[in-house]
Design a protein around this ligand. Sequence first.
Ligand code: MN
Length: 425
Amino acid sequence: MLLTANDPKRKTWLETSVNTDFPIQNIPFGVFLTRDDIITIGTRIGDFAIDLGALHQLGYFEGIELTDDIFMQDSLNDFIADGRKTWRLVRDRISEIFLEGNNQLKDNKEHRDVVLFTLDEIEMQLPVDIGDYTDFYASKEHATNVGTLFRDPENALLPNWLRIPIGYHGRSSSIIPSGTPIHRPYGQTKPSDNGIPRFGPSKLVDFELEMAFITTDANHIGHRVPINEAEDYIFGLVLFNDWSARDIQAWEYVPLGPFLGKSFASTISPWIVTLDALEPFRTNGPVQDPEPLPYLQQEANKNFDIKLQVAIQPENDEETVVANSNFKYMYWSMAQQLTHHTVNGCNVRSGDMMGSGTISGPTKDSYGSMLELSWRGQNPVPLKNGKERKFIQDNDTVIMRAYSEKDGLRIGFGECNGKILPALD
Ligand code: MN
């Protein structure tokens, strides 16, 4: 199926800046609260938020099979459940409505007034009601770094890592949209010399630079998703900061894995960029050696070239970029993760979210966490204001950005921001 919305020659009649993350070729999906306090599903072109509920009411989606209220909802779950064919028809139609030369909406001020919003008139919400959230551990560099730091540099990768996309089941209730501040979490941390663990605010709050994909209904319980179909069930991606309290994590994670050191909060960027919009940026992933078992074997170009950046901004101060990475470094692809997730018959539903795991690259400036960037605090990371950071301090804002760029076409995710407030009393 031709993705007409992806045509790089397309221009919109809306005014957009050259370097926007949201050209007419992006057309992401999100949920926002309007100036009239109405919640709606929308998209974004340049710095305009577009009310899809209003567009639908005004008849702009005529000919596409959609229920009347599909966009007048507080989550994208039902729309995502409609499946890939519908997502594509809707995205292509949105592209047509805002295409240069199409004056239907452009010349109708009454319609424009109810459809278009500037960004200061809206408040982004969580785009999906996340049923289940799974976090993988799919960057070889990250797994190697963590294995080196916490266990044994000689055997940094455990024997299963090269065979299985390792993951754990996370907590969905505490996934929050960009811009929502969180308090430093409390917890139990490693025993000191007297063998008694300490209880108090975490001293080692960290970010994890991740992407996450959001699925549609993929399989019935007992059935599995074949690898060559897996991408059909991926709606799109968001930037994902999987906040981590390293001191809590280090004490609790044996033998059942991450728990309260992770579940206090995770932040996502609010616009879901569709897998379709990222199609032009497909690329090869790392060579997989040993060859994965047949059920995980996927053809070439299974990764996506998405540039990733993390900055730390102390309060009332300028930000410092502390890491530049890329989604293409992922050893295990999204399709391999989803296939593996269902191979035992576990059903995946519309609105489920799968985190990639921290995305670290091969160089020291491409590591996706402070744990790695500061090498567990041994090499503090310098900030522009002359100070330094081993981990995240109170009132620091962590800003993540992501975009793909090729032949003059840029598709981005906007920002994923979160501020760490002091621990509550
Ligand atoms: Mn994680």
